[in-house]
Design a protein around this ligand. Sequence first.
Ligand code: GLA
Length: 398
Amino acid sequence: MTAPSPTPVGDVADRASAAFRTGYGEPPAGRWAAPGRVNLIGEHTDYNDGYVLPFALPLRTVVAAAPQPGTTWTVRSELTGEPVTFGVDEVTGAGRVPGWAGYVAGVVWALRAAGHPVPGARLAVASDVPLGAGLSSSAALEAAVLAALVDLGGLDLPADAQPRLAQRAENEYVGAPTGIMDQSAVIRCRAGHALFLDCRTEAVDHIPFDLAAAGLAVLVVDSRAPHRHADGEYAARRAACERAARVLGVPALRDVGVADLAAALDRLPDDETRRRLRHVVTENQRVLDTVDLLRAGRIREIGPLLTASHTSMRDDFEITVPEVDTAVEAALAAGALGARMTGGGFGGCVLALVDAAAADSVATAVATAYAARGFAAPTHFTALPTHGTTQMQGRAPC
Ligand code: GLA
């Protein structure tokens, strides 16, 4: 069973219920919520079997659902009036349902491929997680749908096995070659904590991340940069890492430590591959160092690690764009303790660790720098770590 929600999720849940009732003419049997995420540190390390440290956002995707006889699935979104219906044929081969509903079909496909008797269902989706901002709106959708189907069907799939299944939906059905971070974060995070995940073993440790007690805030700025060739560039970075691992004769770049870095760099054939390796190896170490500082209660001191992560993404992994670099520079100049792009890159969001009282002035400084460069105005919010997938308590309102 999915854990009950400890906190009310509010409006978005009402919107999911309303979309269900409008679409199907009756109330849902239940509602399941999954959050967006930001990654505090550890970028492009997940598919290298390395370490990541994301936390869940208070922004949620909610799926209202009820069983439907037989093996068909119907899904509606509050954004698009039209329902999408698919049956067994569309979930025997990957990719047969296109567009946003493909994430839903992908979850059904992955469950069936793993031998689970997935119940037919009607679903309605509402979300506060912005699309295309690098906050894992797709993982949130996958996780909420997965939780709904697991609970409706009484399927035997514990929460810690769900990220791998949702990742298969995204990798194999939708066709995006992502790692395990996003699905793990949106399913396994706990309120007040960052999720320290070993992406090889999927072992997790919930690291206390009490920003308020330290007088701090994490400011999240949506760079609003158009994603430029993000899919192809992501796949190219992943391929370069896999190539480097092959040359070095290791299962994954996680197996190269900072102590081995100089020797490993010497063995690689070209400068580009060397820079990709250096990012992954140093980034893994920065995650471990960040976790050590957080465990010691030294939150303020993680700032330089965040900034070093950004520099590494900019210069070695080459996944930043002028908008995110501008946001990071402006945030640091305005007094942020550290700042970095978060997520896959080529746009998306920047996070800045700031004194809580300075959050507004840092956000204003970023907006001013944007205006000076002629970029579209950024949006921002402050984020406290919340919990992963939940089944919402109480009867869904009619
Ligand atoms: C995207 C992917 C993740 C991860 C990050 C980069 O968010 O979905 O698996 O690779 O990029 O850290």
